[in-house]
Design a protein around this ligand. Structure first.
Ligand SMILES: Nc1ncnc2c1ncn2[C@@H]1O[C@H](COP(=O)(O)OP(=O)(O)OP(=O)(O)O)[C@@H](O)[C@H]1O
Ligand SMILES: [Mg+2]
Length: 188
């Protein structure tokens, strides 16, 4: 948590290896990110991390199912062998409650539904860590509770770690731990 501009998104980008720190070192699961070459960081990210961005970044001309499937195709392409245990896009869309709307394009979905497509897409590689940037920021209470329910199940049933940015204290209460950021610094 923290005010706008305090560095919440930046912290997630650093943890996910999407941006490089100007100083300091970052360790992910026993492996130092900051001394790796970009291709190694990309591989680590592919193996361990799912991202739900502050802006959902869905492709407007693709359906919900295609938006999720494209993450799978990119993964198979980058791995070549496709040996990893990947989730089925249909199963993930059912998990987020969109089984009946797989053929809808983003413009034919509510904001909450678009966010759930983005969550499904982030889960394709079964990441052990999910980084979610204000996933409930633009949602009403009902949709917020749906997302929190999905996250609670991912955490309890799939043992996934979820690092989530939020402005909403009741959302933050769901976490085991809250970090407060001010001007780029974590407050004790
Ligand atoms: N690529 C960048 N290069 C330089 N400065 C940046 C870059 N991205 C963000 N910043 C700056 O870093 C600070 C933190 O930005 P960040 O996006 O992490 O904030 P935030 O806490 O996520 O805010 P919000 O709640 O509005 O999303 C801001 O002052 C921003 O202007
Ligand atoms: Mg942000």
């Amino acid at each position: 948590m923290g005010p706008s501009g305090s560095g919440k998104s930046t912290l997630l980008y650093l943890l996910g290896g999407l941006t490089h720190p100007t100083s300091g070192r970052i360790w992910l699961d026993g492996c130092e990110l900051t001394n790796q070459i970009d291709s190694k960081i990309t591989r680590l990210r592919y193996e361990k991390i799912g991202f739900v961005f502050q802006r959902f970044n869905l492709l407007p001309t693709l359906t919900a199912l295609e938006n999720v499937s494209i993450a799978l195709k990119l993964t198979l392409f980058s791995n070549g062998n496709g040996k990893r245990d990947l989730a089925s896009p249909e199963e993930l869309l059912r998990l987020v409650g969109l089984g009946a709307k797989m053929d809808h394009r983003p413009s034919e979905l509510s904001i909450g539904e678009q966010q759930r497509v983005a969550i499904a897409r982030s889960l394709v590689r079964r990441p052990s860590i999910l980084l979610a940037d204000e996933p409930t920021g633009s949602l009403d209470r009902e949709n917020t509770l749906k997302i929190l329910d999905i996250f609670t199940r991912l955490h309890s049933e799939r043992k996934q770690t979820i690092i989530m940015v939020t402005h909403d204290p009741t959302v933050a209460q769901q976490g085991d731990r809250t970090l407060n950021l001010i001007d780029g610094l974590i407050q004790e």
